[in-house]
Design a protein around this ligand. Structure first.
Ligand code: FES
Length: 109
């Protein structure tokens, strides 16, 4: 596994989600308090952009149908829903390891 610099700590703030690229993959970087998480950018439900979602605790919530995924484990915390129609998230979120070196945020891919 190779760690690549994706951002500096000054490029993101707690509660924010930013698009990043590492090793040719389109990912997202999220900050929760003083912790950083990297995950696939496409929602496992229908592949829409999770960067448009929001942070809830240590989870990311997709803005399109409300699916919620733990940012540490990738586990589904809530399945998507459209009005009264319940759907399934189809799979967990792929999580990538994050390392800090000084003020550089590195992601392992
Ligand atoms: S695309 Fe994310 S919940 Fe449907």
């Amino acid at each position: 596994m190779e760690y690549v610099r994706v951002a500096g700590t000054g490029d993101i703030a707690s509660g924010q989600i930013k698009p990043i690229e590492a090793g040719g993959r389109k990912l997202l970087l999220a900050q929760v308090g003083d912790r950083y998480f990297a995950a696939q950018r496409k929602c496992p439900h229908l592949g829409l952009n999770l960067c448009l979602g929001s942070i809830d605790g240590q989870a990311i919530v997709c803005r399109f149908h409300g699916a919620k995924f733990d940012l540490e484990s990738g586990e589904i915390e809530r399945d998507p829903k459209l009005l009264f129609i319940k759907m399934t998230a189809k799979g967990e979120l792929s999580i990538y390891p994050v390392r800090l070196e000084g003020s550089d945020i590195l992601v392992g891919v």
